[in-house]
Design a binder for this molecule. Structure first.
Ligand SMILES: *[C@@H]1O[C@H](CO)[C@@H](O)[C@H](O)[C@H]1NC(C)=O
Ligand SMILES: *[C@@H]1O[C@H](CO)[C@@H](O)[C@H](O)[C@H]1NC(C)=O
Ligand SMILES: *[C@@H]1O[C@H](CO)[C@@H](O)[C@H](O)[C@H]1NC(C)=O
Ligand SMILES: *[C@@H]1O[C@H](CO)[C@@H](O)[C@H](O)[C@H]1NC(C)=O
Ligand SMILES: *[C@@H]1O[C@H](CO)[C@@H](O)[C@H](O)[C@H]1NC(C)=O
Ligand SMILES: *[C@@H]1O[C@H](CO)[C@@H](O)[C@H](O)[C@H]1NC(C)=O
Ligand SMILES: *[C@@H]1O[C@H](CO)[C@@H](O)[C@H](O)[C@H]1NC(C)=O
Ligand SMILES: *[C@@H]1O[C@H](CO)[C@@H](O)[C@H](O)[C@H]1NC(C)=O
Ligand SMILES: *[C@@H]1O[C@H](CO)[C@@H](O)[C@H](O)[C@H]1NC(C)=O
Ligand SMILES: *[C@@H]1O[C@H](CO)[C@@H](O)[C@H](O)[C@H]1NC(C)=O
Ligand SMILES: *[C@@H]1O[C@H](CO)[C@@H](O)[C@H](O)[C@H]1NC(C)=O
Ligand SMILES: *[C@@H]1O[C@H](CO)[C@@H](O)[C@H](O)[C@H]1NC(C)=O
Length: 777
């Protein structure tokens, strides 16, 4: 190994050895059933890989990053990346085939710490001091606590408070009293739980165990613990491990010299990450006697995007792909002594220093290491920043933006409307001819104003069917008998002022923009543009800009959901079909349009239905991104519709496809609940469908908010409907990164739709099995 490498390792090692650990999410998990052991780990880029002994258990492989994993008896949970706002758990039967999954946690506040006992899982919620436990009958699901670390055993959970005290909670006092009654007092830095016993490490690094302990705990100074059933292991300050317990349990000879970074245990199996080569080594059961190596290279901790209290693990940036691994030890000053943590028993700093073998050289290492880690982080940030700036970071076709050539020229405030229109016209003409000459534009028909006026009885009220993003929409039958929808840009004749001028320019821009993108798109689930008209109307007088689309007989989804009393959409299967159609249309815009098109205004009134109830997305090319200064509230409004708009986009003003995903999620919630995006609740208070419906989905109580106008879902449909609830909740996650892509959504909806036609399967395919019927417990 090259010497700089050794030096870095030495730094890490000295950190590990000398500083107390702070718990965080784990990158390794062990689960045992009566017959099987499943070991999972996060590998490069935080991808999950699991292996079972004997083989057989298949955790559905998802190409996704996770921020942590945790497992208990017969179940395996994964936490969403980069923040643990979702916890999804898979339960597998002893034979490993009957995989079922269920979302146990979903909240804007991430879990900062999770631990699983034998059948229970508990977690701490960021910023709330709340301890949540799941799969635990009789446990108050959320308990106020000041825990910074937790450990879960059989029927009890112990927490380490921020001031270093240990408190244990149990549901069945007769069986857990052995733990609850003997909780040691003192100042601790770490707590761990086995089956019927628990151990903790004092601030002075010595060890104490209580409960149904087996064997004498070793003496010495320790930094970490892993407890199984009647067996325990502890990690020394120098990273080596010592084990003790029933029948003289001890660490296999071959691992005695191994220096570990972390250790984990469940029942009889123990695993640790080798500090030098990051391989995952396991022991404790005869399977591992011959070969302890389970994975050649795993992450030594969970990757995160948040700041590290104690600096990053050196080199973890490249392992994580996104994010870094935080060093797992406390503030330097705690060990150095001068500033005591609150309630630390009087222990003079020289003593601490001596006892933990401190010398000036190690302090120097630590200081260098800290500074090094901090500058490493700073360098990463700097490059990320540069990278983002250089690439614009969201380099997509903003369907509302036009290149310079297409921009109408600026106009003076005092100029009259007609003059503006005429000045703008040549630019438009030029732009249009460009489009047509692109070749793709060849199939676009150019209509005369005369022809369209005739077809719509001079744009009469009778022909008017609605309003689109830039004007009124009319229904008409052309001379050849073809039914079309005609979108006519509003041409304002009000006296000119700054805002009016801007708006007019915006509308011109929208016209060309919509043509530009539309002329290149052809998909079954996109409303097709047939042609356009660009003529001078002497009556107004101004240039008219008109688009001609295929006509959609069955109107908007919005009307079917909220206006019509009888509709074919009063069926869950049909609603699902519509959702899938719309998702495919949007996916096409995101994935196959070149450059990518972000719709920016997905809503139920922009989803149209043709005669055969095929849903199509309309109104893409929305472009009123307009002025940035005086009119900013307008431009925001124009970039989406209230109730559907991605809060992240609103906040960051950064357009990504995930904003469409958010709006699509709102649309799904609307389909499920029958409520408008913004509706009045029973008290007349305007309510967002997201706030209203998602909590029910999270609690697996979607049946309580399903649209009452639709007959209750059949047993075939209930699974699909529940699953769509999950998809919708995923789509409206606050962080865009945590939302699925439209491709993911299309695949999920396809599976959900398939479930509507197959009886609920005893061996459901994993994703669809996230259902209320597939209870974990
Ligand atoms: C263990 O697995 C075998 C088949 O592999 C099965 O026959 C047996 O019932 C299982 N034992 C238990 C306790 O589940
Ligand atoms: C999981 O790890 C094993 C062993 O390292 C490897 O062979 C396999 O390809 C990995 N699977 C995935 C999906 O990464
Ligand atoms: C997983 O996704 C990443 C991008 O997120 C991609 O580069 C990689 O090829 C994918 N791997 C597999 C096996 O699909
Ligand atoms: C696996 O176990 C489940 C119940 O635990 C059972 O329904 C299923 O048939 C079993 N599958 C096999 C292949 O044994
Ligand atoms: C998240 O948790 C907090 C506190 O328990 C709760 O008030 C809030 O409603 C939850 N949010 C969601 C989306 O469940
Ligand atoms: C916890 O919450 C704080 C603010 O309340 C936030 O800054 C931090 O990023 C959150 N951490 C995680 C892991 O979500
Ligand atoms: C649960 O909470 C209720 C009141 O909030 C309390 O009366 C009860 O004792 C608690 N149960 C447990 C097991 O802590
Ligand atoms: C509590 O534990 C005792 C002894 O283990 C057991 O007999 C009893 O059924 C348990 N009670 C509950 C409510 O789980
Ligand atoms: C560490 O502290 C505990 C209690 O504070 C004490 O019982 C124990 O003897 C101490 N260990 C050493 C090695 O000083
Ligand atoms: C652990 O010890 C208890 C009590 O001595 C015993 O009943 C139990 O079977 C042991 N567990 C294992 C896995 O050996
Ligand atoms: C680690 O420490 C233990 C006891 O303190 C000692 O016996 C062992 O030799 C040390 N191992 C290494 C690799 O330093
Ligand atoms: C770390 O040290 C600083 C300054 O000495 C102190 O304010 C802070 O509370 C310490 N943090 C922890 C977690 O001990």
């Amino acid at each position: 190994m090259a010497s700089p490498c050794k030096f870095l390792l030495l730094l890490t090692l000295s950190f590990l050895a000398c500083l107390p650990l702070i718990s965080s999410l784990s990158s390794v998990s062990i689960s045992e059933t009566s017959n099987q052991t499943l070991i999972c780990a996060l590998l490069e880029s935080s991808r999950l890989n699991c292996t079972s002994f004997p083989t057989g258990i298949q955790i559905p492989s998802v190409n996704r990053s996770f921020s942590g994993i945790v497992a208990g008896d017969g179940f395996q949970c994964v936490l969403s990346f980069p923040s643990a706002t979702i916890m999804l758990c898979y339960r597998f039967s002893a034979n490993g085939t009957n995989m079922q999954s269920k979302r146990l946690y979903y909240n804007d506040s991430a879990l900062t710490e999770v631990a699983a006992g034998n059948t229970h899982v508990c977690g701490l919620v960021n910023g709330t001091n709340i301890l949540h436990c799941w799969q635990w009958r009789g446990f108050n699901s959320s308990v106020q606590s000041d825990f910074s670390g937790i450990a879960v055993g059989e029927g009890f959970v112990c927490g380490l408070s921020s001031i270093g005290r240990i408190k244990c909670i149990g549901t069945n006092s007769s069986s857990s009293s052995i733990i609850l009654d003997r909780v040691p007092s003192g100042n601790f830095q770490k707590v761990a739980a086995g089956f019927h016993h628990a151990c903790a490490i004092y601030r002075n690094q010595s060890l104490v165990c209580w409960g149904d302990t087996v064997g004498e705990e070793p003496q010495g100074e320790f930094v970490s613990l892993a407890l199984g059933e009647n067996r325990s292991c502890a990690m020394r300050r120098n990273g080596t491990v010592v084990c003790w317990g029933e029948n003289g349990f001890s660490l296999p000879e071959s691992l005695r010299e191994t220096v570990f970074m972390t250790i984990e245990a469940k029942r009889s199996v123990f695993c640790g990450v080798d500090l030098y080569n990051l391989s995952l080594l396991c022991w404790g059961n005869e399977i591992f006697d011959s070969n302890s190596m389970v994975f050649p290279r795993v992450l030594p901790g969970s990757c995160t995007n948040s700041e590290c209290l104690n600096g990053v693990v050196l080199g973890s940036g490249s392992m994580c792909g996104q994010g870094h691994i935080c060093n797992a030890y406390q503030n330097l000053t705690v060990v150095e002594g001068p500033s005591q943590p609150p309630l630390e028993p009087p222990s003079p700093s020289p003593e601490v220093r001596n006892r933990s073998g401190w010398n000036d050289k190690m302090v120097a290492f630590l200081v260098v290491g800290c500074v090094g880690s901090a500058s490493f982080l700073a360098v990463i940030c700097f490059f990320l920043f540069r990278y983002c700036k250089g690439r614009g970071c969201s380099k997509v076709h903003d369907s509302g933006r036009l290149d310079e050539a297409g921009m109408p020229p600026e106009h003076g405030l005092s100029q009259r409307q007609t003059v503006q229109a005429q000045q703008a016209a040549p630019v438009l003409e030029k732009r249009l001819s460009q489009l047509v000459s692109l070749g793709n534009g060849g199939h676009l028909e150019e209509f005369s104003l005369q022809e369209l006026r005739q077809a719509t009885d001079d744009f009469s009220q009778e022909h008017r069917i609605g309003t689109g993003s830039f004007g009124c929409v009319y229904r008409a039958t052309l001379e050849d008998g073809k039914e079309v929808a005609i979108k006519r840009a509003e041409v304002s004749t009000t006296s000119s002022n700054a805002v009016g001028t801007r708006r007019q320019e915006d509308k011109d821009t929208a016209f060309v923009s919509e043509l530009d993108s539309l002329s290149r798109l052809n998909h079954r689930n996109l409303v097709r543009l047939l042609g356009y008209c660009e003529d001078y109307n002497e009556q107004i007088p101004a240039y008219e800009r008109i688009l001609v689309y295929e006509y959609m007989n069955n109107g908007t989804l919005h009307d079917h959901l909220h206006k019509l009393h009888s509709s074919p959409l009063m069926s869950w299967t049909n609603r699902l079909r519509v959702a899938l159609d719309a998702a495919r249309g949007i996916e096409y815009l995101h994935m196959y349009a070149v450059p990518q098109i972000i719709h920016r205004d997905i809503k139920s009134s922009n989803i149209l239905l043709d005669a055969s109830l095929t849903a199509k997305v309309s109104d893409f090319g929305l472009s009123l991104m307009g002025p940035e200064d005086e009119d900013s509230h307008l431009s925001l409004h124009a970039a989406g519709t209230v109730g559907y708009m991605d809060p992240e986009y609103y906040r960051l003003q950064q357009l990504t496809p995930k904003s469409d995903v958010y709006s699509f999620g709102v649309l799904l919630l609307e389909l499920l609940s029958g409520h408008k995006a913004i509706h009045k609740n029973e008290n007349g208070v305007p309510t967002n469908v997201v706030d209203f419906v998602v909590p029910y989905i999270v609690q697996d109580e979607i049946h309580r908010v399903l649209d009452p106008n639709v007959p209750p879902p059949t047993p075939y449909e209930i699974e699909a409907v529940t699953y769509i609830g999950y998809i919708a909740a995923d789509c409206v996650t606050l962080e865009g990164r945590d939302r699925p892509s439209m491709t993911d959504i299309v695949h999920s909806l396809e599976r959900a739709l398939a479930a509507c036609f197959t009886p609920p399967s005893p061996i459901p395919s994993p994703p669809v099995s996230r259902s209320t019927t597939g209870s974990l417990t």
